[in-house]
Design a protein around this ligand. Structure first.
Ligand code: SAM
Ligand code: DTB
Ligand code: SF4
Length: 313
């Protein structure tokens, strides 16, 4: 575990020293040329009650996202088969909910069982969970639950007012207690200070045990959201952030998540060098585009990266 000041000192290292240390730590725990590949599907889109200032799916912002109720099991299965055939080993189902109602959770549990039977790892991100819900997901075979802290406790209230940072920690605790692996990270480029970025990383490293999977999203500035006109984060600050995550959470998978579409290959390459070892693959994230499969394949080939096989495969 590291304090915010510890992490801030990492951010302030000379760039080469920081990247060298991140790569050294990375190689202690992982094969440096292997990248885990997940695919996302929005199983329920838009019309969310929450006011997260970055999100295209909040009912409060005019973003042009068309609301869609919970998808059918058959449609989810078809998307999962397609993801598997395109090389994904994990399938992540996302729903624009504050949290699932019990009836909806039954249907998601059916999806989890069916996706798992295809030989994929399963992940879901459904918002805040109530008592007993995490255990039902675990029983259905859910491997990972994604619930991001998103930003530091100090800055969280500037971004979301309809739920609290403490609510996020509560759900993460329920997921952990139910025996589901935790996928928890955040977003950078929301106008937060470097100290706030360091604060988020310190909070992630204080989770006990730390999350198995840490998605780092670069804000996708969606027109119509309150954050749409923010200046872009300086690209090397993003690379520094990835390096600091790798050093702070040495044994976690670090996912280069939203924001890859706008990144040139050399920037993604630096992120992999800094210790990122997972991506979202496929043409869409939840509501916004992602790099094309062919472009990712070309990038992997040019960098000599290999997709990570499942441990059981
Ligand atoms: N509603 C659930 C929740 O908020 O936990 C699950 C879905 S929510 C869309 C999942 C995550 O996507 C958020 O926690 C955030 O990290 C990420 N995300 C959403 N919109 C984004 C954006 N415009 N740019 C970057 N990341 C984003
Ligand atoms: C995560 O940390 N990033 C993913 C996943 N978990 C659910 C979502 C990214 C969403 C980007 C904006 C969109 O496509 O709506
Ligand atoms: Fe709703 Fe999740 Fe978007 Fe927040 S991030 S508005 S909870 S879908």
């Amino acid at each position: 575990m590291r304090t915010p000041d510890d992490v801030l000192r990492l951010f302030e290292l000379p760039f080469n020293d920081l990247l060298f240390e991140a790569q050294r730590v990375h190689r202690m725990h992982f094969d440096a040329n292997t990248v885990q590949v997940s695919t996302l599907l929005s199983i329920k889109t838009g019309a969310c009650s929450e006011d997260c200032a970055y999100c295209s799916q909040s009912v409060r912002y005019q973003t042009g996202v068309e609301a869609q109720s919970l998808m059918s099991l058959d449609d989810v299965l078809a998307a999962a088969r397609n993801a598997r055939d395109n090389g994904a080993t994990r399938f992540c189902m996302g729903a624009a909910w504050r949290g699932p109602k019990d009836g909806d959770l039954d249907r998601v549990c059916d999806m989890v069982r069916a996706v798992k039977s295809l030989g994929l790892e399963t992940c879901a991100t459904l918002g805040m969970l109530r008592d007993g819900q995490a255990m039902r997901l675990h029983t259905a075979g859910l491997d990972y639950y994604n619930h991001n802290l998103d930003t530091s406790a100090d800055f969280y209230g500037d971004i979301v007012t309809t739920h609290a940072h403490a609510d996020r920690l509560d759900t993460i605790g329920k997921v952990r207690a139910a025996g589901i692996k935790v996928c928890c990270g955040g977003i950078v480029g929301m106008g937060e200070s470097r100290a706030a970025r360091a604060g988020l990383l310190a909070e992630l490293s204080a989770l006990d045990p730390p999350p198995e999977s840490v998605p780092i999203n670069l804000l996708v500035r969606v027109p119509g959201t309150p954050l749409s006109d923010l200046p872009a984060l300086e690209p090397l600050e993003f690379v520094r952030t990835i390096a600091c995550v790798r050093i702070t959470l040495p044994q976690s998978m670090v996912r280069l998540s939203a924001g890859r579409l706008g990144m040139p290959d050399h920037l993604q390459a630096l992120c992999f060098f800094a210790g990122a070892n997972s991506i979202f693959h496929g043409d869409r994230l939840l509501t916004t585009p992602n790099p094309r499969a062919n472009d990712d394949q070309a990038l992997f080939e040019s960098l000599g990266l290999r997709p990570m096989a499942l441990a059981s495969a």
